[in-house]
Design a protein around this ligand. Structure first.
Ligand code: ARG
Length: 519
């Protein structure tokens, strides 16, 4: 027999090489508190259902509380020899309270449902943190949108100047994307937030457990009904990776815009020194490394998606050790996204738009061609296809004459006349003015400042709902933590556990914390 909790079946200890290959301590260390939370909820449920005695429940809870404190103080370290966090905690427990009682904690539980609890609790909190920072970042962008709602800039398609827009409009475009990311996170959160505990190895258990109790103590909103399905499930990991990848893709595209715009060629923006880096050899350089690293780290997050998709793809139903590989890359991606949002928020606040240069660029490359064609159709009743053709021909002529825009209105007027269009210089000056062009785009969701103001308000309204979601879910987690800590306190005080009614308990608890011991 070897000294691992599953050692009964084994006559020899695990080979050192095999152990090094299979242990998961590095990543498991991140989930110690979640693992203990899950174990305490499980022990309380076993006690309430009479599967273990009140005395045993008390001992186990006291032991787990001691482990929790000692780990927090740094006095206990997980050992690789014990393979994972689950077996480390169980081994500490048996050391503190004896194997006789410590060995009962794992009744009606498997590491297969246990690892799902830890992972879900861990991801759930990280998702709330990410959502919080995505909301803060979106609010920053909306504040900037208000400030720059009339700041003209060129809008691009195919990286070529296309039509004049405003900086405020561009900024709201990214917020609109981020709100979809938030919506995806919210839906994912609800799907993740279901209790896997009690599924055991794969088929449930013959012990009279109550999965509703652990659901409440862990703050899950539902119980995942199908034991085999939940044990086999890693789609929530894939979904998390995929939503993180989409968010990073959005941030990467925003970075790409900003990297271009701060170049010498564009000069549409600059960034304060605190958020730019230099070159070790070229004294003149000011580089946008924050945006470049955001773009670069997107590779790691995309890699995570491919990583977890591939891990899951070839596994048969049920638990497979391959699943252990789902955490290192995913947890790293959660960290990357969180940090990127925090830094990017400060970074955008330190961007300094060069409004003159933006407007100059908006007055080049015939950016108001669409407006001219629209005018011909609207006022001169020329079918749009034909207007498009006329303006296209004129632009070709002007380019041949080395013009960069409709700068010579008389030339333009003459060319239009040749096409059979009578138009005054006054009309032309008005149509071709970028601010006029922007103001005219009053269609729903367009770039006209009044319309952008409406868009900002609509986005803020959605953002309010997102805030409510995050605070509600945060409250739910807090409530479950406060419920379990009162139950723990109650058990440690030596009160009866068997048949404890959590509904009654919380009502009494809400009324007066001191009353707990009387129930
Ligand atoms: N370290 C494992 C994981 O992350 C924990 C579950 C181990 N279960 C097992 N049956 N070996 O998936």
């Amino acid at each position: 027999m070897n000294n691992l909790p599953w050692g009964g079946r084994y006559e020899k200890s695990l080979d050192k090489l095999a152990l090094d290959f299979t242990e998961s301590i590095d990543v498991d260390e991140k989930m110690v508190q979640e693992d203990i939370w899950g174990s305490e909820a499980h022990a309380i449920m076993l006690g309430i259902k009479g599967i273990i005695t009140d005395k045993e429940t008390k001992k186990i809870i006291e032991g787990l509380e001691r482990i929790k404190k000692e780990i927090k103080k740094g006095k206990l370290k997980l050992s690789k020899e014990l393979e994972d966090v689950h077996m480390n905690i169980e081994t500490f427990l048996s050391k503190y309270i004896g194997e006789e009682i410590g060995g009962k904690l794992h009744t009606a539980r498997s590491r297969n449902d246990q690892v799902l609890v830890d992972t879900k609790l861990y991801i759930r909190q990280k998702l709330l943190d990410i959502m919080t920072h995505l909301i803060i970042f979106s609010e920053t962008l909306l504040n900037l949108s208000r400030k720059y709602v009339e700041t003209i800039m060129p809008g691009y398609t195919h990286t070529q100047i296309a039509q004049p827009i405003t900086l405020g409009f561009w900024l709201t475009g990214y917020v609109s994307m981020f709100l979809r990311d938030l919506e995806r996170f919210e839906q994912l959160y609800e799907r993740i937030n279901s209790n896997p505990l009690g599924a055991c190895a794969l088929s449930g258990t013959s012990f009279p457990i109550d999965r509703e109790i652990t659901k409440r103590l862990l703050g899950f909103s539902t119980v995942h009904r199908h034991s085999f399905d939940v044990i086999s499930s890693r789609d929530f990991i894939i979904e998390t990776a995929s939503i993180l990848a989409i968010l990073m893709s959005n941030l990467s595209r925003m970075s790409e815009d900003l990297i271009y715009w701060t170049t010498f060629e564009f000069q549409m923006m600059d960034v304060e020194d605190e958020f730019a880096t230099g070159s070790s050899i070229m004294p003149q350089k000011k580089n946008l490394d924050i945006a470049e690293l955001t773009r670069g780290r997107t590779g790691r997050v995309f890699g995570t998606l491919m990583n977890v998709l591939t891990i899951v793809k070839g596994t048969p139903g049920g638990y497979n050790r391959d699943f252990q590989e789902d955490k290192p890359a995913l947890y790293n991606s959660l960290e990357i996204v969180l940090l990127t949002l925090i830094v990017f928020n400060e970074f955008v606040k330190n961007l300094r738009p060069n409004e003159r240069r933006m407007e100059d660029l908006a007055r080049s490359n015939f950016s108001t061609s669409t407006d001219l064609a629209d005018y011909l159709s609207k006022e001169k009743k020329i079918p749009f296809r034909k207007s498009h053709e006329i303006v296209g021909r004129i632009v070709t002529q002007l380019i041949k004459r080395n013009q960069k825009d409709f700068e010579n209105k008389q030339d333009l007027k003459d060319l239009l006349e040749k096409e059979g269009v009578e138009i005054s210089l006054k009309e032309l000056r008005k149509i071709l003015e970028p601010m006029e062009a922007v103001n005219s785009k009053q269609s729903y969701g367009g770039t006209a400042p009044e319309e952008v103001e409406k868009t900002i308000n609509a986005l803020l309204e959605t953002l309010e709902k997102d805030k409510e979601f995050v605070s509600l879910k945060g409250e739910e987690i807090k409530k479950s933590k406060s419920l379990i800590s009162s139950v723990i306190q109650y058990i440690i005080e030596g009160n009866p556990v068997k048949d404890l009614d959590l509904d009654k308990f919380s009502i009494e608890f809400e009324k007066d914390k001191k009353q707990i011991s009387l129930i």
